[in-house]
Design a protein around this ligand. Structure first.
Ligand code: AMP
Length: 253
């Protein structure tokens, strides 16, 4: 039997009562791994650079194994930049290559740069018109039910490339699930973790890491998913939030 285990934590009360988001994490594991992982996730919520959570929610659901989909991880490339301004310019240039219109780009950066509270999920924009499609602006769409296919292989593969940081693995899993969704053409992300300034843009088969996308110490981050015009948003939301996906990292040469 496989289980989905999800943790979200906040400070000043639960998210739904106005608490501000501290951290969240997702895994798909076997029964014998649940207890250990529960401890690890509680530890993560209590010892985070954004503060000590006073609300922690851990949810465990059984999964129907035959419904779990397996997708290949995106290829990783990295670009070194000197400043976050340079990083964001590079991010914009990549998104133009991905076919995102000027108007959608402008909207994406204005929304992310204008956030005063971190969202738990991502903003979803039409890649051409820039229209916002997610329904609850303070929450966005939250990608869930995902993990790596083979934990040891994934860790060994990323470590051998100097990318052993758990942030990279989690972001690669999320980005690979996101781009495997019907209708999604690209993603833009920078972390809300004050210590982690690397961000990324993903499109096609590639996850482009950009070493600076925000100032060190900033507690603000966010994600934007760009979808092709005329995509059925409900299908995208359902896939991202409810369908289970395992991502194969390091399985192909
Ligand atoms: P992180 O990379 O975990 O620091 O997250 C950066 C931002 O991405 C957060 O502030 C959220 O807005 C968004 N985010 C985090 N996790 C998810 C998720 N599972 N699905 C959608 N958006 C997320």
């Amino acid at each position: 039997m496989l289980y989905s285990i999800r943790m979200r934590s906040a400070i000043n009360g639960p998210h739904e009562e106005g608490g501000s988001h501290i951290s969240g994490a997702e895994r798909i594991v076997r029964e014998e791994e649940l207890e250990e992982l529960g401890k690890e996730l509680i530890n993560r919520a209590l010892h985070h650079s954004k503060g000590k959570a006073d609300f922690i929610n851990i949810r465990i659901d059984t999964l129907e194994e035959e419904k779990i989909q397996v997708v290949e991880a995106l290829h990783i490339t990295s670009s070194e930049v000197e400043s976050y301004e340079e990083g964001r310019l590079l991010g914009k240039a990549l998104l133009v290559k991905a076919g995102i219109s000027e108007i959608a780009l402008e909207k994406a950066f204005t929304l992310l740069e204008g956030l005063s509270l971190n969202m738990r999920g991502a903003i979803v924009l039409d890649a051409i018109t820039g229209e916002r499609l997610d329904e609850i602006p303070s929450r966005g769409v939250r990608v869930s039910h995902m993990d790596v296919w083979d934990k040891k292989k994934a860790r060994d593969n990323l470590e051998a490339r100097g990318l052993g940081n758990i942030h990279v693995q989690e972001a690669l899993v999320l980005a690979s699930k996101v781009l495997s969704s019907p209708g999604i053409v690209a993603e833009l992300c920078w972390s809300d973790d004050p210590d982690y300034v690397t961000g990324y843009v993903s499109y096609g088969q590639t996850y482009h890491r950009i070493t600076k996308m925000k100032n060190y110490g900033s507690p603000m981050g966010g994600r934007v998913f760009f979808v092709a015009s005329h995509t059925d948003y409900e299908k995208v939301r359902h896939y991202l939030e409810e369908e289970s996906v395992l991502v194969r990292i390091g399985e192909k040469g």
